[in-house]
Design a protein around this ligand. Sequence first.
Ligand code: HEC
Length: 108
Amino acid sequence: MIRIALLAAASLMVATTAATAAAAPAISASARLAATCAACHGTNGDTHGSTLPRLAGQPQQALSTSLHAFKTGQRTSTIMTQIAKGYTDEQLDLLAAYFAAQKPGGVK
Ligand code: HEC
């Protein structure tokens, strides 16, 4: 009896895992890239009560300019040059577009 219950539980877990995997493509490539930034800039770039700049809702061009300037060292920074260097120019543009599209004050 216990064995049957365990088997049922195991197959349920497999089914759940498959369902999760199938839902994965709903997360865009830019959202995946942007997840790395959340530790410092808040969920979706929406910092609350932090001294770090809020990225959510900034103009795309401003974000893009900053990111490229960090990468080249044109804009001085404590950490962002190191981070920006890890991305291609195309990825930096994707990140700028992603954060520009986020609503500031959207995440509580
Ligand atoms: C370890 C913490 C940390 C992480 C992770 C981080 N940032 Fe930053 N970010 C900072 C700090 C600190 C600044 C202020 C400039 C500096 O000192 O580097 C900043 C500034 C910025 C700015 C300039 C904003 C403005 O209004 O002047 C942009 C744009 C930015 N970060 C984008 C990103 C993106 C995109 C990512 C993810 C790929 C990211 N950051 C990840 C700490 C971080």
